[in-house]
Design a protein around this ligand. Structure first.
Ligand SMILES: [Zn+2]
Length: 192
């Protein structure tokens, strides 16, 4: 795996399939995934390198190599991460007490001044924090904190239809993962 800011664009590259040789910047972009992309031989299409997208920290360390347009993206992502860290649900103590033994909570999504995840119990808003695109893992984390607060009284955490597009994104496995988090809550109820 090649790091985005390594100087692969200036280095000589060789295609293993057809023997094409040139600099990395002459390669063509292949498939793009969430965390990496492939660059391919312009002659035969064979994959030559797998390059990882930079994290915010890597971009900061290589700031002189970051284009003006990418700097705006990095700064936005940074602000968003700071806001998330300021407002994220961290512990069960931050949640209100609820009555009843069959708590069905709702995972909702709102786009007001940015994307927000809202956890509701009926009309009551229990928590609100910035939402992440494809925030599957966050769903699992919040389900754990809710379980720590409400225990086996927590029956389910149901994503609204409106939240699913943002929660699942393009990840094919996302609905199954969310389903697994929910099943785990249900299993704990049955086996105290
Ligand atoms: Zn080739």
């Amino acid at each position: 795996m090649t790091n985005y800011y390594d100087d692969w664009k200036e280095q000589p590259q060789t295609c293993r399939a057809c023997g094409w040789q040139s600099r990395g910047c002459d390669l063509t972009q292949g498939e793009v995934f969430a965390e990496l992309f492939e660059v391919c031989c312009p002659k035969c299409g064979e994959k030559v390198l797998t390059v990882s997208f930079p994290t915010i920290d890597e971009s900061r360390r290589n700031w002189d190599k970051v284009s003006p347009a990418d700097r705006i993206v990095v700064e936005l992502a940074e602000r968003r991460r700071q806001e998330f860290e300021r407002r994220m649900l961290r512990s069960p103590e931050q949640l209100p007490d609820l009555p009843g033994n069959d708590l069905v909570l709702v995972w909702d999504y709102e786009d007001r001044n940015g994307h927000e995840t809202v956890i509701r119990f009926g009309a009551q808003e229990l928590w609100r924090e910035p939402a992440f695109f494809e925030g599957c893992e966050r769903f699992g984390e919040i389900a754990e904190i809710l379980f720590a607060k409400y225990g086996t009284r927590l029956q389910d955490l149901v994503p609204t239809r409106g939240s699913q597009l943002f929660l699942y994104g393009d990840r094919i496995g996302a609905p199954a993962r969310i389903e697994k988090f929910r099943q785990r809550l249900g299993q704990r109820r049955r086996t105290p």
